[in-house]
Design a protein around this ligand. Structure first.
Ligand code: CDP
Ligand code: CDP
Length: 235
């Protein structure tokens, strides 16, 4: 019998993609996973889902005063994926987690140790079978430091704000969209909060390949990463 499976199918790997907001992680990860026949896991969506639940229950101020308040909620919460849809306690919240009120608070919720502990466990379990592309802030440094390929995407803050603006304008259907300047300020603040936190800060692993997407098209981004995967598979 001829062996027709590609090296990547025979020995599935883990691709870890990290980087600041709107650097192109999820777009790249989704398309790459589709090309490889891998599962895409958006860990930012998981932190957003926890944040949404906190906001819906009106617990934000209480948790700000006393962080231990998050523990009970974490025991009750279930987060999962159905294809690319994000499920919070069985409800599809894929749209709701992208709202700006969630974006504004997600860095605070993500900085809490009990939140990180719970999601780290879930994410490591999801990657157990390998054959995944996972994106976030700490995938290469904390979740899968042994991932065969680690990528760190960056892009100019103004360009990233332009991308977010275009994205929000497309979805807005009449609702007001923050200006590019406002979005840039929010993005820069969120990056700083993510970089400066104590637990699992946003940081490039020494082995991660640095890719600046400021002047790249989405196709170019995906092609570069796909070629790196092929190189690893050919080794
Ligand atoms: O899509 P965008 O870059 O705006 O953010 P995201 O990937 O949806 O992540 C939202 C927030 O979740 C980030 O700003 C981080 O505060 C947090 N996050 C994290 O702490 N660790 C991860 N692995 C993924 C996201
Ligand atoms: O996941 P992350 O927050 O890093 O970024 P994303 O959601 O993948 O990308 C943010 C926006 O930039 C999306 O609307 C992409 O279509 C767009 N974009 C990109 O990712 N890469 C480019 N070279 C140009 C635009």
């Amino acid at each position: 019998m001829l062996e027709r499976r590609s090296p990547i199918e025979k020995k599935p790997i883990i691709v870890a993609i990290d980087g600041p907001a709107a650097s192109g992680k999820s777009t790249t990860a989704k398309l790459l996973a589709a090309r490889l026949g891998y599962t895409y896991i958006d860990t930012g969506a998981m932190y957003r889902a926890v944040t949404l639940r906190v906001l819906r229950e009106g617990l934000l101020d209480e948790i700000r005063r006393d962080e231990s308040g998050i523990a009970e909620l974490l025991e009750q919460i279930t987060i999962g994926f159905q294809g690319h849809r994000v499920l919070l306690d069985g409800e599809d919240v894929s749209g709701a987690i992208r709202e700006n009120r969630v974006s504004r608070e997600v860095s605070f919720i993500s900085s809490l140790k009990p939140v990180r502990d719970k999601l780290r466990e879930l994410q490591q379990e999801m990657g157990r079978k390998r054959g995944i592309v996972m994106d976030g802030r700490d995938i290469g440094t904390v979740i899968f430091p042994d991932a065969e390929l680690k990528i760190f995407l960056v892009a100019d803050p103004r360009e990233r704000a332009r991308r977010r603006h275009a994205e929000l304008s497309l979805k807005a259907s009449g609702a007001a969209v923050p200006s590019i300047e406002e979005l840039e300020a929010e993005i820069v603040k969120r990056d700083r909060d993510d970089e400066e936190r104590t637990h699992a800060p946003l940081r490039r692993h020494a082995d991660a390949v640095l890719l600046d997407t400021s002047k790249m098209t989405i196709d170019e981004q995906v092609n570069v990463v796909y070629e790196l995967v092929n190189k690893i598979a050919g080794q």
